[in-house]
Design a protein around this ligand. Structure first.
Ligand code: COA
Length: 146
């Protein structure tokens, strides 16, 4: 992922989250040295990117910052492949573990992460505002890369 991908990534992000990140916010993360990302593309087949992932690696500990797949392209293995690209990169860098936070009600993401091998290590109660006064917990999940 390069700064040229950030405008499209902000559209992908807005399709997946109620508080979208602007292209400027995404670029401000991407230009930080420990941050990296991947974009899903099919040249000649898709006009738009199928999704993107952003992650950060600091001293052996990595974190998924965000992951979003275009709604019409979901459930076709793109999230799995984007996470696979992150895992390959982290292993090549000698990273020890990968963390992420996910809404307890996000069945699609939870199912993807559990299938990859992430396990819950902590819970932040009432972390996400679902609107109308409802709040859901954030699950902190970890994958050992060793
Ligand atoms: C979560 C998300 C990234 C998954 O991307 P995706 O490309 O649709 O996922 P994949 O097609 O690679 O799915 C891989 C596996 O994850 C699980 N999975 C994915 N979506 C699922 C769903 N809607 N319901 C149940 N399991 C699901 C399945 O095990 C699936 O394998 P299968 O299709 O062989 O059964 C996508 O739904 C998305 O962008 N959601 C909105 C943003 C978001 O929630 N991001 C994560 C925040 S932590």
């Amino acid at each position: 992922m390069t700064p040229a991908d950030c405008a499209e990534a902000s559209i992908r992000h807005s399709e997946g989250f109620s508080r979208p990140w602007t292209d400027g916010e995404i670029e401000a993360l991407l230009v930080q040295e420990p941050v990296f990302g991947f974009v899903a593309r099919r040249p000649g087949k898709w006009q738009a990117s199928g999704g993107f992932v952003l992650a950060r690696l600091v001293e052996g500990e990595a974190e998924i910052l965000t992951l979003a797949v275009r709604p019409k392209n979901r459930r076709s293995g793109i999230g799995w492949r984007l996470m696979g690209a992150v895992l390959r990169h982290l292993r090549s860098e000698g990273a020890e573990c990968l963390f992420l936070e996910v809404d307890e009600g996000n069945e699609a993401a939870l199912s993807l992460y559990r299938r990859i091998g992430f396990t819950k290590v902590a819970e932040r109660a009432a972390y996400y505002d679902e609107g109308g006064g409802a709040r859901t917990a954030a699950l902190v999940m970890r994958l050992d890369l060793g």
